[in-house]
Design a protein around this ligand. Structure first.
Ligand SMILES: [Mg+2]
Length: 396
């Protein structure tokens, strides 16, 4: 068997927004800090010690932690910090896959001769983020993305954890099942009901039985993760030419239902753009009709964007233009993609400076969802019909 070393890093800033606040205002350091005046977008570890959690109402958080300082979010400061951290990532390796505003996978294999062993690179990365950006970051290092992410979750805050090759199951099996990608509250409760508490318990259950508890898809997924199997490579965003999502349709939809599905698709696509630090200019609507014919309509924007509202306006216009054809031939699939991709920097000149930046809302929504799943915040335009499949629960 060919055994490769641990070369995949998961790097994740600790309590990102709250850490930026503590960095910029020394009076907040070592104190409980809550970011968000209505809902908690982020909280310092000092606030978490009182039970404060992301997405909780700020009122409840204040009751739990009366000593906490509550500050309004400063999205431009967080965007700036994120850009600086991703610049450190890019200086470390060309193979960076951004997951959200504050975390990424880095493949540091093949750098041994020029940059040293992965363990050294990981330690240096943490120092560089602290020196150059002034923020604490936790790093997990393992042979797979999944294990690297679990490792950083275990090492938080301000830690470094290496899962040595061959030691994967010894690391994984004592952990609670909640550590696994895709295990939220509901799944965890179902597993606990069956006496399945640790990842090791999970690994010992037949895949067929897991399928009956959780459904075949999720059962299969967790069965593989519990055995440490995850062959996905790190995928740098710049290899991708477009970002898209599609939705198969059954039966005839009302206009408002179709619009809700479109909103969901645009939301998903633009969220992925922002997570990857990308922007795009060409919005394409793809349709498949009931007679299996296909149609594609595109619109090029004046400037690149990653804003949900901007892409949605274009996609709605394209859908309206296709209306007569949809009425005649029916619709069995709708897809939205954004192409002509550039870096997020391309959008900066178009940013309004009045503090009503729609991208700030997008970034805030992305931040909450990254921690609590897609269902945590539902844009007012969306209906239940357009709900995304829940994204994996990601402890921060
Ligand atoms: Mg984080």
């Amino acid at each position: 068997v060919f055994v490769t070393g641990a070369t995949i890093i998961h790097a994740d800033l600790d309590a990102f927004y709250a850490s930026v606040e503590q960095r910029d205002d020394p009076s907040l350091r070592r104190r409980p800090v809550i970011v968000g005046t209505g809902v908690v977008l982020s909280s310092s570890y000092e606030a978490r010690a009182c039970g404060v959690r992301t997405a909780m109402s700020a009122a409840r958080a204040r009751r739990l932690c009366p000593a906490a300082v509550v500050v309004a979010p400063r999205m431009s400061a967080y965007s700036e910090a994120s850009r600086a951290v991703f610049a450190v990532f890019a200086d470390t390796t060309p193979l960076v896959e951004g997951l959200s505003i504050d975390e990424a996978f880095l493949d540091v294999g093949g750098l041994r001769r020029t940059a040293g062993a992965p363990e050294e690179i990981a330690a240096r990365l943490r120092r560089a983020v602290l020196d150059r950006v002034g923020l604490p970051i936790t790093v997990g290092l393992a042979r797979t993305k999944f294990l690297a992410k679990v490792a950083s979750g275990v090492a938080k805050p301000d830690g470094l954890l290496v899962v040595p090759p061959g030691g994967e199951l010894a690391f994984l099996h004592p952990l609670p099942v909640e550590r696994l990608w895709g295990v939220g509250r509901v799944t965890a409760a179902r597993l606990h009901d069956r006496g399945i508490v640790t990842v090791g318990d999970l690994a010992g259950v037949e895949v067929e039985l897991l399928g009956t508890i959780l459904g075949p898809g999720a059962g299969n997924h967790l069965h593989r993760l519990a055995r440490g199997l995850d062959p996905r490579p790190v995928e740098p965003g710049h290899r991708r030419a477009s970002v898209g999502a599609q939705h198969a349709l059954a039966g005839r939809l009302r206009r408002d239902e179709l619009d809700a599905i479109l909103v969901g698709l645009v939301d998903r696509v633009t969220r992925r753009l922002r997570a990857a630090g990308r922007t795009g200019r060409t919005v394409t609507l793809r349709l498949r009709h009931a007679d299996f014919s296909r149609a594609t309509r595109s619109h090029s924007l004046a400037r690149p964007t990653d804003a949900t509202a901007t892409v949605l306006v274009a996609a709605r216009r394209l859908l309206a233009q296709a209306g007569p054809e949809i009425d005649r031939r029916g619709l069995t699939l709708v897809g939205v993609s954004v192409a002509g991709l550039g870096g997020a920097d391309a959008v900066q000149l178009a940013l309004p400076l009045d503090g009503h930046d729609p991208r700030a809302l997008d970034a805030a929504v992305d931040g909450v969802r990254a921690r609590f799943g897609t269902g945590a915040l539902v844009r007012s335009l969306r209906s239940a019909a357009a709900e995304d499949r829940a994204v994996p629960h990601l402890p921060d």
